[in-house]
Write a protein that binds this ligand. Structure first.
Ligand SMILES: *Cc1c(COP(=O)(O)O)cnc(C)c1O
Length: 296
Protein backbone atom coordinates (compact mmCIF):
# COMPACT_ATOMS: atom_id res chain seq x y z
CA UNK A 1 0.00 0.00 0.00
CA UNK A 2 1.53 3.37 -0.93
CA UNK A 3 1.89 5.86 1.88
CA UNK A 4 -1.12 8.13 2.20
CA UNK A 5 1.24 10.69 3.68
CA UNK A 6 3.05 12.25 0.75
CA UNK A 7 5.04 14.66 2.91
CA UNK A 8 6.97 11.83 4.52
CA UNK A 9 8.71 9.79 1.78
CA UNK A 10 9.78 6.79 3.87
CA UNK A 11 12.51 4.43 2.71
CA UNK A 12 10.56 1.14 2.58
CA UNK A 13 11.20 -1.72 2.73
CA UNK A 14 14.07 -0.84 5.04
CA UNK A 15 17.47 -2.37 4.15
CA UNK A 16 18.45 -5.83 5.44
CA UNK A 17 22.24 -6.03 5.86
CA UNK A 18 24.32 -9.11 6.74
CA UNK A 19 27.20 -8.37 9.11
CA UNK A 20 30.32 -10.40 9.86
CA UNK A 21 30.71 -10.79 13.59
CA UNK A 22 32.78 -13.60 15.03
CA UNK A 23 30.72 -13.77 18.22
CA UNK A 24 27.88 -15.07 16.02
CA UNK A 25 29.90 -16.73 13.25
CA UNK A 26 31.74 -19.10 15.57
CA UNK A 27 28.37 -20.53 16.66
CA UNK A 28 27.20 -20.91 13.06
CA UNK A 29 24.63 -18.11 13.46
CA UNK A 30 24.23 -15.57 10.67
CA UNK A 31 23.45 -12.06 11.91
CA UNK A 32 21.54 -9.59 9.75
CA UNK A 33 20.55 -6.04 10.68
CA UNK A 34 17.11 -4.80 9.67
CA UNK A 35 17.81 -1.09 9.34
CA UNK A 36 14.46 0.42 10.34
CA UNK A 37 16.50 3.33 11.70
CA UNK A 38 16.88 4.44 8.06
CA UNK A 39 13.13 4.64 7.29
CA UNK A 40 12.88 8.37 7.88
CA UNK A 41 15.27 10.96 9.33
CA UNK A 42 12.67 12.47 11.69
CA UNK A 43 10.41 9.45 12.25
CA UNK A 44 12.88 6.59 12.52
CA UNK A 45 12.22 2.95 13.00
CA UNK A 46 9.15 1.60 14.67
CA UNK A 47 7.98 5.14 15.36
CA UNK A 48 7.21 5.53 11.67
CA UNK A 49 5.58 2.10 11.43
CA UNK A 50 3.35 2.84 14.44
CA UNK A 51 2.49 6.46 13.64
CA UNK A 52 1.67 6.07 9.97
CA UNK A 53 -1.63 4.16 10.47
CA UNK A 54 -2.60 6.53 13.28
CA UNK A 55 -1.96 9.56 11.10
CA UNK A 56 -4.23 8.05 8.49
CA UNK A 57 -6.94 7.47 11.10
CA UNK A 58 -6.56 10.99 12.47
CA UNK A 59 -7.13 12.31 8.94
CA UNK A 60 -5.58 15.69 9.61
CA UNK A 61 -7.15 16.24 13.04
CA UNK A 62 -4.89 17.52 15.83
CA UNK A 63 -3.14 14.67 17.61
CA UNK A 64 -2.64 14.33 21.35
CA UNK A 65 -0.26 11.79 22.82
CA UNK A 66 1.76 10.93 25.91
CA UNK A 67 5.40 10.50 26.83
CA UNK A 68 8.26 10.99 29.24
CA UNK A 69 10.70 13.88 29.07
CA UNK A 70 12.97 12.00 26.61
CA UNK A 71 10.31 10.19 24.61
CA UNK A 72 11.28 9.24 21.03
CA UNK A 73 7.58 8.90 20.33
CA UNK A 74 6.84 12.50 21.33
CA UNK A 75 9.66 13.73 19.10
CA UNK A 76 8.46 11.66 16.14
CA UNK A 77 4.87 12.88 16.63
CA UNK A 78 5.97 16.51 16.79
CA UNK A 79 8.06 16.07 13.64
CA UNK A 80 5.14 14.48 11.80
CA UNK A 81 2.96 17.42 12.79
CA UNK A 82 5.50 19.86 11.38
CA UNK A 83 6.04 17.87 8.15
CA UNK A 84 2.34 17.25 7.47
CA UNK A 85 0.93 20.45 8.92
CA UNK A 86 -1.34 19.29 11.76
CA UNK A 87 -1.29 20.48 15.40
CA UNK A 88 0.14 18.22 18.11
CA UNK A 89 -0.19 18.12 21.89
CA UNK A 90 2.29 16.25 24.06
CA UNK A 91 1.20 15.27 27.58
CA UNK A 92 4.49 15.00 29.46
CA UNK A 93 5.11 13.02 32.66
CA UNK A 94 6.31 15.26 35.51
CA UNK A 95 4.78 18.65 36.37
CA UNK A 96 8.05 19.63 38.07
CA UNK A 97 9.42 20.11 34.52
CA UNK A 98 6.91 22.86 33.74
CA UNK A 99 8.84 25.77 35.20
CA UNK A 100 12.29 24.68 33.96
CA UNK A 101 14.16 25.14 30.70
CA UNK A 102 13.22 22.35 28.27
CA UNK A 103 15.67 19.49 27.79
CA UNK A 104 16.93 19.05 24.17
CA UNK A 105 14.29 16.42 23.39
CA UNK A 106 11.36 18.54 24.57
CA UNK A 107 12.91 21.67 23.04
CA UNK A 108 12.86 19.85 19.68
CA UNK A 109 9.18 18.97 20.23
CA UNK A 110 8.38 22.61 20.98
CA UNK A 111 10.41 23.82 17.98
CA UNK A 112 8.30 21.48 15.83
CA UNK A 113 5.20 23.23 17.14
CA UNK A 114 4.07 20.70 19.74
CA UNK A 115 1.98 22.16 22.56
CA UNK A 116 3.41 20.68 25.77
CA UNK A 117 1.15 19.93 28.73
CA UNK A 118 2.96 18.80 31.89
CA UNK A 119 1.07 16.58 34.34
CA UNK A 120 2.05 15.17 37.72
CA UNK A 121 3.40 11.64 37.92
CA UNK A 122 0.23 10.63 39.78
CA UNK A 123 -1.98 11.96 36.98
CA UNK A 124 0.27 10.45 34.34
CA UNK A 125 -0.40 6.99 35.76
CA UNK A 126 -4.03 7.45 34.68
CA UNK A 127 -3.04 8.03 31.04
CA UNK A 128 -5.00 5.02 29.77
CA UNK A 129 -8.13 5.86 31.80
CA UNK A 130 -10.79 7.22 29.37
CA UNK A 131 -12.26 9.52 32.04
CA UNK A 132 -8.88 11.07 32.70
CA UNK A 133 -8.24 11.60 28.99
CA UNK A 134 -11.71 13.05 28.46
CA UNK A 135 -11.04 15.48 31.31
CA UNK A 136 -7.68 16.45 29.89
CA UNK A 137 -8.79 17.38 26.38
CA UNK A 138 -10.87 20.50 27.18
CA UNK A 139 -7.85 22.03 28.91
CA UNK A 140 -5.78 21.81 25.72
CA UNK A 141 -6.05 24.04 22.64
CA UNK A 142 -7.52 21.07 20.70
CA UNK A 143 -10.42 19.41 22.54
CA UNK A 144 -11.30 17.44 19.38
CA UNK A 145 -7.85 15.87 19.14
CA UNK A 146 -7.28 12.27 18.08
CA UNK A 147 -5.67 10.51 21.06
CA UNK A 148 -2.72 8.15 20.61
CA UNK A 149 -1.50 6.25 23.69
CA UNK A 150 2.00 6.41 25.16
CA UNK A 151 4.67 5.07 22.83
CA UNK A 152 2.15 5.17 19.98
CA UNK A 153 1.11 1.60 20.73
CA UNK A 154 -2.52 0.81 19.96
CA UNK A 155 -4.30 -1.63 17.63
CA UNK A 156 -3.60 0.47 14.53
CA UNK A 157 0.08 0.67 15.45
CA UNK A 158 0.37 -3.09 15.95
CA UNK A 159 -1.26 -3.65 12.58
CA UNK A 160 1.22 -1.16 11.06
CA UNK A 161 4.11 -3.20 12.44
CA UNK A 162 2.96 -6.35 10.63
CA UNK A 163 4.68 -4.86 7.56
CA UNK A 164 8.01 -5.28 9.37
CA UNK A 165 7.30 -9.01 9.63
CA UNK A 166 6.18 -9.30 6.03
CA UNK A 167 9.35 -7.59 4.79
CA UNK A 168 11.32 -10.44 6.41
CA UNK A 169 9.49 -13.40 4.87
CA UNK A 170 12.03 -15.92 3.60
CA UNK A 171 14.98 -14.01 5.05
CA UNK A 172 15.02 -14.92 8.75
CA UNK A 173 14.46 -17.73 11.22
CA UNK A 174 14.41 -15.60 14.37
CA UNK A 175 13.76 -11.85 14.49
CA UNK A 176 14.80 -9.93 17.61
CA UNK A 177 13.42 -6.55 18.65
CA UNK A 178 13.81 -4.34 21.72
CA UNK A 179 10.52 -3.71 23.56
CA UNK A 180 9.17 -0.76 25.48
CA UNK A 181 5.38 -0.96 25.28
CA UNK A 182 5.47 -4.11 23.12
CA UNK A 183 3.50 -2.68 20.20
CA UNK A 184 6.26 -3.39 17.71
CA UNK A 185 6.68 -7.01 18.87
CA UNK A 186 2.90 -7.56 18.77
CA UNK A 187 2.74 -6.54 15.10
CA UNK A 188 6.06 -8.05 14.03
CA UNK A 189 5.08 -11.51 15.32
CA UNK A 190 1.73 -11.29 13.56
CA UNK A 191 3.38 -10.37 10.26
CA UNK A 192 6.00 -13.14 10.18
CA UNK A 193 5.49 -16.40 8.28
CA UNK A 194 4.42 -19.47 10.33
CA UNK A 195 7.92 -21.00 10.45
CA UNK A 196 9.52 -17.77 11.70
CA UNK A 197 9.58 -16.55 15.28
CA UNK A 198 10.02 -13.22 17.05
CA UNK A 199 12.07 -12.60 20.17
CA UNK A 200 11.38 -9.50 22.26
CA UNK A 201 13.97 -8.01 24.60
CA UNK A 202 12.24 -5.89 27.30
CA UNK A 203 14.22 -2.77 28.27
CA UNK A 204 12.00 -2.07 31.29
CA UNK A 205 12.03 -4.09 34.48
CA UNK A 206 8.76 -5.41 35.86
CA UNK A 207 7.68 -8.43 33.87
CA UNK A 208 4.37 -6.93 32.67
CA UNK A 209 5.25 -6.99 28.99
CA UNK A 210 3.87 -10.40 28.03
CA UNK A 211 0.38 -9.38 29.15
CA UNK A 212 0.68 -6.09 27.24
CA UNK A 213 1.65 -7.85 24.02
CA UNK A 214 -1.25 -10.30 24.39
CA UNK A 215 -3.69 -7.42 25.01
CA UNK A 216 -2.41 -5.50 21.98
CA UNK A 217 -2.67 -8.59 19.78
CA UNK A 218 -6.19 -9.18 21.03
CA UNK A 219 -7.28 -5.65 20.11
CA UNK A 220 -5.43 -5.62 16.78
CA UNK A 221 -5.98 -9.19 15.53
CA UNK A 222 -8.76 -10.60 17.70
CA UNK A 223 -6.45 -13.03 19.52
CA UNK A 224 -2.90 -14.41 19.72
CA UNK A 225 -0.89 -14.03 16.50
CA UNK A 226 2.43 -15.54 15.50
CA UNK A 227 5.16 -17.24 17.45
CA UNK A 228 6.91 -14.94 19.94
CA UNK A 229 8.77 -15.09 23.23
CA UNK A 230 10.52 -12.67 25.55
CA UNK A 231 14.18 -12.75 26.54
CA UNK A 232 14.07 -11.42 30.09
CA UNK A 233 17.08 -10.38 32.11
CA UNK A 234 18.63 -7.77 29.81
CA UNK A 235 17.01 -4.56 31.08
CA UNK A 236 20.19 -3.53 32.99
CA UNK A 237 18.18 -2.18 35.92
CA UNK A 238 15.36 -0.55 34.01
CA UNK A 239 14.36 2.02 31.44
CA UNK A 240 17.19 4.34 30.33
CA UNK A 241 19.64 2.67 32.73
CA UNK A 242 22.88 2.37 30.82
CA UNK A 243 25.67 1.03 33.05
CA UNK A 244 29.28 1.20 31.78
CA UNK A 245 29.25 -2.43 30.62
CA UNK A 246 26.39 -1.64 28.24
CA UNK A 247 27.93 1.63 27.05
CA UNK A 248 31.23 -0.15 26.34
CA UNK A 249 29.41 -2.91 24.49
CA UNK A 250 27.59 -0.38 22.31
CA UNK A 251 30.76 1.57 21.53
CA UNK A 252 32.51 -1.67 20.59
CA UNK A 253 29.63 -2.69 18.30
CA UNK A 254 29.78 0.72 16.62
CA UNK A 255 33.51 0.29 16.07
CA UNK A 256 33.10 -3.19 14.59
CA UNK A 257 30.20 -2.44 12.28
CA UNK A 258 30.18 1.31 11.65
CA UNK A 259 26.58 1.67 12.72
CA UNK A 260 25.40 4.11 15.42
CA UNK A 261 23.89 2.11 18.32
CA UNK A 262 20.99 3.70 20.20
CA UNK A 263 21.61 3.03 23.92
CA UNK A 264 18.16 2.85 25.56
CA UNK A 265 16.72 0.10 23.33
CA UNK A 266 18.95 -1.17 20.55
CA UNK A 267 22.09 -1.70 22.67
CA UNK A 268 20.22 -3.94 25.14
CA UNK A 269 18.76 -6.05 22.32
CA UNK A 270 22.18 -6.51 20.65
CA UNK A 271 23.78 -7.31 24.01
CA UNK A 272 21.09 -9.93 24.65
CA UNK A 273 21.75 -11.55 21.27
CA UNK A 274 25.50 -11.80 21.85
CA UNK A 275 24.84 -13.36 25.28
CA UNK A 276 22.20 -15.80 24.01
CA UNK A 277 24.28 -16.89 21.01
CA UNK A 278 27.26 -17.39 23.35
CA UNK A 279 25.06 -19.68 25.47
CA UNK A 280 24.17 -21.74 22.41
CA UNK A 281 20.53 -20.61 22.38
CA UNK A 282 20.25 -20.88 18.58
CA UNK A 283 21.04 -23.93 16.43
CA UNK A 284 23.81 -23.67 13.83
CA UNK A 285 22.52 -22.29 10.56
CA UNK A 286 20.05 -19.91 12.24
CA UNK A 287 19.49 -16.67 10.35
CA UNK A 288 19.09 -14.16 13.15
CA UNK A 289 17.72 -10.74 12.28
CA UNK A 290 18.22 -7.86 14.74
CA UNK A 291 15.76 -5.03 14.13
CA UNK A 292 17.48 -1.67 14.50
CA UNK A 293 14.44 0.24 15.76
CA UNK A 294 16.06 3.65 16.07
CA UNK A 295 19.28 5.63 16.25
CA UNK A 296 21.03 7.69 18.91
C1 LIG B 1 10.07 3.34 21.06
C2 LIG B 1 11.21 2.47 20.75
C3 LIG B 1 11.18 1.07 20.98
C4 LIG B 1 10.04 0.38 21.68
O1 LIG B 1 8.96 0.06 20.86
P1 LIG B 1 7.62 -0.53 21.50
O2 LIG B 1 6.71 -0.71 20.35
O3 LIG B 1 7.13 0.51 22.46
O4 LIG B 1 7.94 -1.79 22.20
C5 LIG B 1 12.26 0.31 20.58
N1 LIG B 1 13.37 0.91 20.04
C6 LIG B 1 13.44 2.23 19.84
C7 LIG B 1 14.69 2.81 19.28
C8 LIG B 1 12.39 3.06 20.20
O5 LIG B 1 12.47 4.39 20.02
Amino acid sequence: MPSALPGLRPQLPSPLTPVEDDRFGRHGVRLLLKRDDLIHPDLPGNKWRKLEPNLRAAAGRPLLTFGGAYSNHLRATAAAGRLLGFPTVGVVRGDELAGRPLNPSLAQCAADGMHLRFVSRTDYRRRTDPDFVAGLLPGTPFPEAYVVPEGGSNAAAARGCTALGRELHGAADVVAVACGTGGTLAGLAAGLAPEQRALGVPVLAGGFLGAEVRALQHSAFGGPAGDWALADGFHFGGYARTPPELVDFAADFEGRHGMPVERVYVAKMLYALVALVGDGAFPRGTRLVAVVTGRP
